[in-house]
Design a protein around this ligand. Structure first.
Ligand code: 5RP
Length: 216
């Protein structure tokens, strides 16, 4: 299977969001990654439901919504209604993760779990068969444009071993500081989906950069 690419609109030009989405529609991107930050779970506020709804009006690619928020359960239906195809919640924000995952699936969305750099992938062993994707955070969540954390490679290998041992088909998505230098090593370690914000949107030709990531 070829690598899937999910450009993060966090790094896009918000004043020209429609044209950014149209660029992604025409590109080889597989998903549109949308980062929701609440200023509580992470020390930053990005955007909320009205922006997801507006993106969904123009998007021709599935919306991969990453909730960096506390109490995600109370907003799952709203994000599903706004157009999310995949909803990922943070392990660290969900005391009853299994229940939250079931709720996402009951809405007809794919379910993902994101884990912060300090959280062990071992914490996912007992739920791995229930989830469609794991977002391995390769930066501390909250901001785009941060430096990639090198320990991520070992973490991806350990997670891949857990997935293989369980017979699950869970995909591994990497989020934070992804570029053409670290992407081949991430794929080699077991990554299936690459989120890229700054590396795509700050490049001179975002569509070409997406194609280069996909060709790896
Ligand atoms: O979840 C995120 C931050 O919390 C972003 O998706 C991530 O940082 C991608 O941005 P960049 O590629 O610029 O690092």
């Amino acid at each position: 299977m070829s690598t899937l690419v999910a450009p993060s609109v966090l790094a896009s030009d918000f004043a020209n969001l429609q044209s950014e989405i149209e660029m992604l529609n025409e590109s080889s991107a597989d998903y549109i990654h949308i980062d929701i930050m609440d200023g509580v779970f992470v020390p930053n506020i990005s955007f909320g439901l009205p922006v997801v709804e507006a993106i969904n009006v123009h998007a021709k690619k599935p919306l991969d919504v990453h909730l960096m928020i506390v109490n995600p359960d109370q907003y799952l239906k709203s994000f599903s209604d706004a157009g999310a195809s995949v909803i990922s919640v943070h392990l660290e924000a969900c005391p009853h993760l299994h229940r939250t995952i079931q709720a996402i699936k009951e809405l007809g969305c794919k379910a993902g779990v994101a884990i912060n750099p300090h959280s062990s992938v071992e914490l996912l062993r007992d739920i791995i068969r229930d989830i469609d994707q794991v977002i391995v955070m390769s930066v501390n969540p909250g901001f785009g444009g941060q430096k990639f954390i090198e320990h991520t490679y070992a973490k991806v290998r350990a997670l891949k071993a857990i997935i293989t041992a369980s017979g699950a088909e869970t995909k591994i998505e990497i989020d934070g500081g992804v570029n053409l230098e670290n992407a081949p090593k991430l794929i080699d370690a077991g990554a299936d989906i690459l989120v890229a914000g700054s590396f795509v949107f700050k490049s001179s030709d975002p569509s070409k950069t997406i194609a280069e990531l996909k060709e790896l």
